[in-house]
Write a protein that binds this ligand. Sequence first.
Ligand code: GLA
Length: 387
Amino acid sequence: MTSLMKAELQKEFLKLFAAKPEHIFFCPGRVNLIGEHIDYNGGKVMPCAISLGTFLAVARNSDKLFRFRSLDFPETADLRLQASYSKTGKEWFNYPLGIIDQLLKEDHIVSGLDMLFYGNLPVGAGLSSSASIEVLTAFAIQTIFQLNISNPDIALLSKRVENEFIGVNCGIMDQFAVAMGRADKAILLNCDTLEYEYLPFQTGDYSLAIINSNKQRALAESKYNERFTECGAALKSLKKKLKVENLCDVDIPAFQAHRHLINDPVLEKRALHVISENERVKEAREVLSAGNLKRFGELMYASHESLKELYEVSGKELDAIVDFCKTYPGCIGARMTGAGFGGCAIALVKKDQFDDFSRQLTAYYQNKIGYDPGVFASAIGDGVRSL
Ligand code: GLA
């Protein structure tokens, strides 16, 4: 697959730019196993990189031009090398452009670049196609110009681009996961300190299923920023009495004793999700280390319930998937993953029942929602790399 892709990209690059690419890079997407909507609250998350992602064929040019091409989108851009850029419209090339803008400001780029992108991640499905293209571009530039930027620093730079250039207040989880992923490992990341450890994600007789609701995440950006603001407001109220930096520094007893300070039922619900989700991640680490996949699955269901009822970022499509999973005997856990409002769910499904699970879920979802979901088993792969 990868070598096929490489040959295809080389061929297309040659056609477009009449030269061979100097390098080809790949950066995966991610799923988050547990710890949702808490990275921007200083919590612990447990993402892993998947096998689908974004490819980039690239070569330097002497024309002082950044040429952006994609095999997925018709829009192209040829931009003269200048001191800085700002976002233009909603086109895909804003993501690599934001990275270039950052690296130019730090005097790291000294020539134009011809770039051809291709992605096999479903766009807008919540598998971090944007973090994938950002980290990919930064990693490529750091390799070409030998910048010596570490992968965690590439993740931080990419997050800054998403926050300041693109305008989404996301946390560090996605960029970190795709920059630092490892095959067959989940990353336990403390989003406050950026300390991390790799946990073996051994699923034994089970497969990790990714189920794309195929619901476009239309309101995702504005709702996401709304949740970010709500968490800030809840924290501000709790800080009147509690000496904390982040919502995730508060434990459940402290929250129960001080929730009256928030004095707003919606904000209380948001805070309760954040705090209880962080506790679930801590338990998830313990049960994974002990090989107790069944309990891990129960925590996934509990996480979904909290995202649905308290944080209100699920939706009828994702709920239908999780409802079905609860009734299916070969499934031990499921939840929405990523920002929500559509996008994907994940589930742990008995390997020898996967095909039946996929068939039955598709029929159930089609009947309830009116169109098909996408169901596939995913490997847990490595992070960004040169091919
Ligand atoms: C999106 C953001 C992440 C994280 C998740 C929710 O994927 O980019 O930073 O907040 O949503 O957990």
